[in-house]
Design a protein. Sequence first.
Length: 244
Amino acid sequence: MAAPPIFDACSLFGPWPQREDLPLQNLLDAMGQSNIARSVALATTGIFYDSHQGNAATFEAARAHPSQLLPAATLDPRSYPDCLTEAENCAAQGVRFARFFPFSQGWPLKLAPFRELLHKCDTLGMTVAVEVARAGDATELSDAVAFTNAPLLLAGVASENLGEALAILRSSPKFHLETTQLSAPGALETIVSQVPDGAQRLIFASYSPLRYLSAALGPVLASGLTPDQKTAILGGNLKRLIAK
């Protein structure tokens, strides 16, 4: 199957520790080469250095390339209470998507300011993605967001933690799963067969140009899913979530 125009839930630009920077132009070039119609993008400055500066860089890039990039806010509960104001300011600029990086930033999901910040994002109508890279993280996150039915993406889930992710997806329709690291044969088919509306709960996210787009696209395109299911995963589902 040739890839349809793709809406990517996560792309990156800016500094990355212990490797070369990720230039914005590299991201734009990769999008053009791989039929990525639009990407939800963020500046990595917001992950590793300062969320406010990172968000400012993200907004600048999105303004310069409005047809290609949609800004995602990077929020950090360690900057409490300023993070609450940052969320409000991002929402006031039209941002509908926020990302949290507890594993990369080294803070626990049980952090009290994180819970309050999730409440704030829910009030502001933001779709939220949370990095849950370790075994048990997705379960802990599920407990932390019991108060809301707002859409929430599980990010950073690898194939070895698929069982835990399946249980979380089956617990509530608000949970969605990024496909980024689900490269094991049959992983996507298992989700679709085991989760109600499973094909509608999978979201394509490449993390390009940090990761090769081909590595992210390959498992979706080579899967045994139907063309309609692949089209939904490669952009239709994300458009629906952000439109809510």
